[in-house]
Design a protein around this ligand. Structure first.
Ligand SMILES: Cc1cc2nc3c(=O)[nH]c(=O)nc-3n(C[C@H](O)[C@H](O)[C@H](O)COP(=O)(O)O)c2cc1C
Length: 397
């Protein structure tokens, strides 16, 4: 089914059927697995870049630096390695469970210095649980994975990567190019980026200070319930992070409850202003696959847009951006000590129509439930080598 029809079906009230087999959790890359060598001076630390963004850190494969609907992780990564990396130039497939690479082929004409991480999708993993609701979810997941890579680059101190998330293709659906450290050093020295910004270029958003590696490895989604309204300054910061990382693809607002139930958006000068009065959270709970706990969440950040007449390219672009923005917004929330959990499955969630505007224009694309309760401190996983595993566990949601 084409993406336009698939999104319309995912937004319909139709319930998914019983679970189906998820298939292999990793692409069957050919050839022997190779470890990622230690980076030499001036080289891009590929091992750390991938460990902080895509590698599974537990025996089941669930625990990863990027959130994923149902922890089913449908995003696969290929690397196009050029000079300035600790691997010989060429194309590689990445195995996030073993944290190993498989050499696939040379890059025709040679790859530019650094690495391009190309993301593609195995929708069957997500469809195994979500059925016809999977198509938008896998795109959101790819946006989360792209953001995890972007944040890992920041933690490593690389120049901002070129980010390609324009929705033009599904193979790859997104790509990030990281320059080697020599190029970064040059960029810092002359005060300009190492490369021209790519189409749909990198956001300047995200945490004001670079994330620490342990912070990225310790990111977790809080289990429901997520109660307690976040302080206004924290909510403002989470909204501002989403607005900036969303790069104008979506509108953003947050639903809050008592004592003044309303929808808030970012106003001029980064203030919070009222978008609409009234209690939205019980309706959001119904729209989000009937997840009742959302009615009691302290706040719910919402990214909306992607009209009913959007074509495949725009659908991809909007969902990728929404996932990207929510991954960054989750980190911003965790930095404020908030509990946070993405919410990605939305049916009949025509927010614009509910607010009295034209129907079919402003659908909820993604969300982040927030609570004021501090998240239980999670010690960052020890940077020990990753164990090879064969997870087959599925997440609850
Ligand atoms: C695109 C997307 C949609 C999600 N939707 C929901 C949801 O509707 N309800 C929910 O409880 N969790 C949802 N989650 C959170 C995942 O269940 C969670 O990320 C996963 O279990 C892995 O846990 P972790 O984030 O702690 O690593 C979603 C996550 C993503 C990335």
């Amino acid at each position: 089914m084409d993406l336009v029809a698939a999104l319309a079906r995912a937004r319909s009230p139709q319930e998914p059927g019983p679970d189906t087999p998820a298939g292999p959790p990793v692409r069957a890359w050919p050839g022997p697995p190779r470890p990622l060598p230690r980076a030499g001076r001036g080289e891009l630390d590929l091992e750390l870049l991938l460990r902080l963004s895509l590698a599974a850190s537990d025996g089941s494969g669930r625990l990863r630096p990027a959130a994923s609907a149902g922890a089913l992780h449908p995003v696969d990564a290929r690397l196009a390695v050029g000079p300035g990396c600790p691997l010989p130039p060429g194309r590689y497939g990445y195995d996030p469970l073993r944290h190993r690479v498989h050499r696939l082929a040379p890059v025709p004409g040679g790859a530019p210095p650094g690495v391009s991480v190309e993301l593609s999708l195995s929708p069957r993993r997500t469809a195994s649980h979500y059925g016809h609701r999977a198509r938008p979810l896998v795109l959101l997941d790819a946006g989360h994975a792209a953001a995890a890579l972007w944040l890992a680059g920041r933690a490593l101190g690389t120049a901002p990567p070129q980010l390609r998330m324009d929705g033009r293709t599904e193979e790859p659906v997104a790509a990030l190019h990281f320059a080697p450290h020599e190029d970064c050093a040059r960029a810092t020295a002359d005060g300009s980026p190492a490369r021209a910004p790519a189409t749909g270029g990198p956001p300047s958003s995200g945490p004001a200070t670079a994330p620490a590696p342990g912070e990225l490895l310790a990111r977790r989604s809080a289990p429901p319930p997520l109660r307690g309204a976040p302080p206004r300054d924290a909510l403002r910061d989470v909204l501002a992070t989403a607005v900036e990382a969303g790069a104008g693809e979506l509108g953003w607002c947050a639903a809050v409850g008592e004592p003044r139930p309303e929808l808030l958006e970012l106003g001029p000068g980064g203030t919070l202003r009222r978008l609409a009065a009234g209690e939205a959270r019980p309706t959001l709970a119904v729209w989000a696959a009937g997840q009742g706990w959302i009615a009691d969440a302290g706040a719910v950040l919402l990214g909306y847009g992607c009209p009913a007449d959007a074509g495949a390219r725009r659908i991809r672009r909007t969902h990728l951006r929404a996932g990207f923005a929510v991954q960054l917004a989750q980190l911003a929330a965790l930095r404020h000590g908030l509990a946070a959990r993405p919410v990605g499955s939305w049916q009949q969630a025509d927010l614009g129509a509910a607010l009295g505007a034209a129907p079919g224009r402003d659908w909820i694309v993604h969300g982040l439930a927030l609570g004021s309760a501090p998240t239980a401190p999670v010690p960052p996983p020890a940077p020990a080598p990753l164990r090879p595993t064969h997870p087959d566990e599925k997440g609850p949601s």
